[in-house]
Design a protein around this ligand. Structure first.
Ligand code: GDP
Ligand code: IMO
Ligand code: MG
Length: 429
């Protein structure tokens, strides 16, 4: 029953989409377990470049089943648009399924996300504005509408939508002074969504369990990253779900014993979008230069990503939270041509050394990184496909990261496309 998880080890955008597309060729099924269309996963292969927000990143492989699990929050408008965009480009989406237990992002969730962010003022999280937090709030408060409910438009749905809209409008108008939403319009949208989604709605926990019992290879596609985890990340500057391994179990109804490998995806440096502490952030011209060289702009929002050196303190923490069995190091090529490279090996705050990623966000904000400097490499790693092609200093950099994080690199990515990959170890067996 082999399941392999691919999880962001940093603040998201580590290159999970690329890695999933690469590994999906050796898999039968790719499953998203958390988050929603706050995710933007880039896949580059012989079919072109794709930005996927909800559709699992194995979709370009014919014969690979894609599943959106119960832990995901689904905006049906975005999902249906993404499916038709893929079909127009000749990608078959007939093997795509969505859980009847997944919660629906409603128009009022998107509005509330915006209003809440405005109200936070200078303390804004910098959300993606896709209604993710408000949709998860309704799930936990038991006021949510699930994908399965959309199929039941004649029975309970009208009353449920009316009750939800009444409650939301009291908050939207009373608390935030916003414009109320219209229950009939939303109900009509739900009817349309239900009809369009009906053929792909399934009890996906059962599907995943059956596939694993048949010995099929299942890839668990993480979204966001461990440092954005609602429990383990830099709270409150986090997302509202569990991108780490725990989220894969609850977000799919998965037998934990089926997990044979947990891969942590890390960029060879760090990025973060939105607010919150980032100890290794590079400010000024150095940061600008790296951002431009690396084209670090968000896939979902187009926002400039904050950039910094590799943070081994945060990465080691992330490895421990997830029990990573291997690392995937992406974007090594971005560091090509730098005279030297730095790794953060510790934090210093209030005159003391810290060797762990602290829970206290204000303490994390005060943390100064302690850097280890290593010589860079002038020869390119870009597009390398074998470890022997890497310059000695690049290899030494990878080895140092492995030893600081406490986990070996199983894949090194040297470019955005599928073939720009060094497979150090066979992962899927
Ligand atoms: P995800 O959210 O983790 O899937 O990552 P994103 O797709 O948001 O951002 C990663 C970006 O890096 C995308 O533009 C990828 O095409 C690109 N990418 C992935 N791996 C590599 C790599 O090894 N080298 C380079 N240069 N780009 C990469
Ligand atoms: P992928 O899957 C990077 C960040 C947002 C914000 C915080 C909360 O592409 O790696 P939310 O809209 O989730 O309530 O925003 O989380 N964030 C991401 N950053 N990559 C992502 O996804 C992200 N998804 C959410 O920028 O700081
Ligand atoms: Mg992304």
């Amino acid at each position: 029953m082999p399941a392999y998880a691919v999880i962001g080890g940093q603040w998201g955008d580590e290159g999970k989409g690329k890695v999933i597309d690469y590994l999906a060729g050796q898999s039968d099924c790719v499953v998203r377990y958390a988050g929603g269309n706050n995710a933007g996963h880039t896949v580059v292969n012989e079919r072109g470049e794709f930005q996927l927000h909800l559709v699992p990143s194995g979709i370009c492989w014919p014969g690979v089943t894609g599943i959106i699990g119960n832990g995901v929050v689904v905006n049906p408008h975005v999902l249906l648009g993404e499916i038709s965009g893929l079909e127009e480009r000749g990608i078959d989406t007939s093997r795509l399924f969505v859980s009847d237990r997944a919660h629906v992002i409603m128009p009022y969730h998107i509005l509330l996300d915006e209003l809440q962010e405005q109200a936070r003022g200078s303390g804004a999280i910098g959300t993606t504005g896709q209604g993710i937090g408000p949709a998860y709030i309704d799930k936990v408060s038991r006021d949510g509408i699930r994908v399965g409910d959309l199929l039941d438009t004649a029975e309970q749905l009208p009353d449920r939508v009316q009750a939800a809209v009444d409650m939301k409008n009291r908050v939207i108008t009373g608390v935030y002074g916003g414009e109320p939403v219209d229950a009939d319009e939303i109900l009509e949208l739900c009817r349309q969504w239900g009809e369009q989604l009906r053929p792909m709605v399934r009890p996906t926990e059962q599907m995943v369990q059956d596939l694993l019992e048949q010995g099929k290879r299942v890839l668990l596609e993480g979204a966001q990253g461990t440092l954005l985890d609602v429990d383990h990340g830099s709270y409150p500057f986090v997302t509202s779900s569990s991108p780490s391994i725990g989220g894969a179990i609850t977000g799919l109804g998965l037998d934990p014993r089926s997990i044979k490998g947990v891969l942590g995806v890390f960029k060879a440096y760090s990025t973060r979008v939105g607010g919150g502490p980032m100890p290794t952030e590079m400010h000024g011209q150095a940061g600008e230069d790296l951002r431009e060289k690396a084209h670090e702009y968000g896939t979902t929002t187009g926002r400039a990503r904050r950039v910094g050196w590799f943070d081994a303190v945060a990465a080691r923490y992330s490895r421990q939270i997830n029990g990573f069995t291997g690392i995937v190091l992406t974007r090594l090529d971005i560091l090509d041509g730098m005279p030297d490279v730095k790794i953060c090996v510790g934090y210093r705050a209030d005159g003391k050394d810290l060797d762990r990623f602290p829970a206290n966000t204000t303490l994390l904000e005060r943390c100064e990184p302690v850097y280890e400097k290593m010589p860079g490499w002038m020869e390119p790693t870009a597009s390398a496909t074998r470890a022997e092609q890497l310059p000695a200093n690049a290899l030494a950099y990878v080895k140092r990261i492995e030893s600081l994080v406490g986990c070996d690199a199983q894949i090194i990515s040297t470019g955005p496309s599928r073939e720009e990959t060094i497979a150090i170890e066979q992962i899927i067996r």
